[in-house]
Design a protein around this ligand. Structure first.
Ligand code: SIN
Length: 328
């Protein structure tokens, strides 16, 4: 009888599959190597792990869009009904936090789903991809990783898909969870969990994208000193919802506040997030002049965008949308 655990690798590209000049960490092409080449650089896996591999796409993660997200979620939901025990997704680091959060809200499985990648291409001196991938495969095989939502395994640390964010442009220790640090550590093949995310995820999530062929468009507007308010009109004419990357605790000028209030008549929800990337944006009557405007709480703009887009698939009530921002 076969007692091995079946781990399935879904490869999407990124720097982990990047190739460039020998030794160099910059000037490379992301997503140019097939997953089998990456696996050749790993230490041998134990016979208890049976690894299968599927190339979903081979792209720089700046090309990721809602179509890829819908493909990934459908594939994982379908394969989670089989004998597969855990999933690893190789992904570019630039939008890994977004994909991790989207999947955290939409996959319907308790089985481990682990994203990983690399900051250095496979051809760099001290490439970080092999250890990240090796540890991600081992993490996907651990019972402790079940039921914790979608996770990111990177540079010896484990992060929740809810809170992970990229915080460095080039160093190998490129992620954190704002002030929360991480969920735990990896040392070689072992995982050491210390924390858990309290936000609702995966099997308990109310979001079902199985019948969607696209996600509602939500745009992000970055506020800065002197930012013209007519940018809001433009984006409101294209999108079903807006997220503001405001200053400080989700702030902007009186002109922007007035413009946001005008959008209430057009039924456009506007979420106040912050361009700071740390801390919380909570209710503030000084900036919320109309019912269509509410805070992102602990989500950064790029994740508030995802939640607002999914929220638009289940409700048109601003009150309900804000409740989702408090629980997801
Ligand atoms: C990408 O996000 O695909 C390129 C950058 C990276 O993976 O670090």
């Amino acid at each position: 009888m076969d007692h091995s655990h079946h781990i399935h690798l879904l490869a999407t590209g990124g720097t982990i599959a990047g190739k460039g000049k020998a030794g160099k960490t910059s000037g490379y092409e992301a997503g140019s190597l097939p997953p089998d080449s990456l696996l050749e650089t790993l230490p041998p896996l134990p016979s208890s792990i049976h690894l299968t591999v599927e190339q979903i796409c081979s792209i720089d993660s700046n090309e990721v869009d809602d179509q890829l997200w819908l493909t990934l979620v459908r594939r994982i939901n379908e394969l989670s009904q089989t004998d597969i025990d855990g999933f690893v997704i190789t992904h570019g680091t630039d939008t890994m936090d977004e994909t991790a959060y989207f999947l955290n809200l939409t996959v319907k499985t308790e089985k481990p789903v682990i994203l990983t990648g690399a900051m250095r291409p496979s051809t760099a001196a001290s490439a970080d991809g092999p250890l990240n991938l090796y540890q991600a495969i081992h993490l996907a095989d651990k019972p402790e990783a079940s039921g914790k939502g979608v996770l990111v395994c990177f540079c010896d640390s484990i992060y929740s898909g809810r809170d992970v964010q990229k915080i460095n442009t080039y160093k190998t220790d490129a992620f954190n969870e704002q002030d929360l640090s991480c969920l735990g550590y990896m040392r070689d093949e072992e995982c050491y969990f210390m924390n858990e995310s309290l936000a609702i995820h995966t099997t308990a999530s109310c979001f079902d994208v199985s019948r969607l062929d696209r996600l509602p468009r939500v745009d992000i507007l970055f506020f800065y000193a002197g930012a013209p308010a007519d940018a809001l009109d433009y984006h409101a004419s294209k999108a079903q919802g807006l997220v503001i990357a405001g200053t400080g605790s989700g702030n902007y000028s009186p002109e922007w506040k007035n413009k946001i209030s005008e959008l209430a008549a057009r039924r456009i929800p506007v979420v106040r997030a912050s361009r700071i990337g740390h801390g919380i944006v909570s209710r503030d009557i000084h900036f919320e002049g109309s019912e269509n405007c509410f805070p992102a709480y602990t989500l950064p703009p790029q994740k508030a965008r995802i939640l607002l887009s999914l929220a638009l698939t289940v409700t048109d009530s601003y009150e309900e949308m804000e409740k989702l921002f408090r629980t997801y």
